[in-house]
Write a new protein. Sequence first.
Length: 427
Amino acid sequence: MAHAVVIGAGIGGLTAAVALQQRGWDVTVFERAASLEPVGSGLAVAANALKALDTIGVGDEIRGLSAIQGEAGIRRADGRWLMKTTEEAASARHGDSVVLLRRADLVDALFARLEPGTIRLNTTVKEVDPETGRVTVEVRGLKTASGTDPGAGHGTAPGPGRATGRRTYPETGRASAPETDHSMDLEADLVVAADGIHSSVRAALFPGHPGPRYAGITSWRVLIPGGGVPGQTSESWGEGKVFGVMPLAGGLAYCYATDAVPAGGGGGDQRAELRRLFGDWHAPIPALLAAASPENVLRNDVYHLAVPLPAMHRGKVALLGDAAHAMTPNLGQGACQAIEDAVVLAHVAGSGTGLDGYTAARLERTAGIVARSASICRATRLRNPLAVRLRDAMMALAWRLAPARVTGAMDDVLGWTPPAMPATPTI
């Protein structure tokens, strides 16, 4: 049986692991963290990613978590709509709308489809040889005082053995953490580098690449329990600032914000900072911020790979997700493109054509989406009042004169369809 090693247990890595296993691969996922706590709060799964998830049997489960109703679009800081559409219109055009959900819900859905023992926690990949597929890992022992393995699983699935706090259910055995520190080597037929924007594998494969670049914005994310505004989804633009509101299942609200500031800021009460920046914006933004818990607010500077890689693979190693094409959040396609990568890689890995086909299928598409997202990011960073008024006027005019054309600008992104999947690995 062909063996694949996946480096990183994020959305892209887990999707790749599921897709490969379903096509007959023996898969090992190495994750350096001690438990699978998803980084981030909310997540947008657009029509293209839902189609990709359909190929591994997850799409309908995710669609069931949709809470979008009514109008959605872009507004000014005072609440006036610049452009808008409806969930029904989006579904009619692209076959699906977008599902907004907690990142943890998608992680749970993917994790539940992995075979027992797939994920090795507390394990750091130190070196990868792209020619042989040899992977060198460093394993850090982890054992609780009671003798149980605290990293033995992840999820919130019902049933005996479900735990709270660390969100584990050890009875599944799908993830494990060894008891002693040691290093080991193993060889794989395929290595999937899903190790994030600061990928050490990417740096080793392409040492001359400039790497991530600061996009000029910092971002905040927060989940607000009980703060949901059913059906109301919007992203509001001001002078250098953005604030988004997304309703999630169960009455949750996912809010995100960006501001055009130098990198390296932060510290202190970030909810207070958000209220300072957005407290006088349109409803329900002030009320949502008042209901947020300061400890739930995440702040991060935004980096992206402004210069495309020369390829998304080398030898037996394929780069996936942020490791290959980290982008700004402005199109909501970061996780979606990682999901696309994963199912395309599973297809190519079973086609017998080698990884050249993976780069051919993914590099141009993802580079274009990275560039488009960066362009929108630049528009949101405008601070000059005159430039902001001109930007808003042009957006509103374009929407009034040709709404179908504005909506259709995303057709090439959202209209993507996954390839047919082979049944067995042949790489």
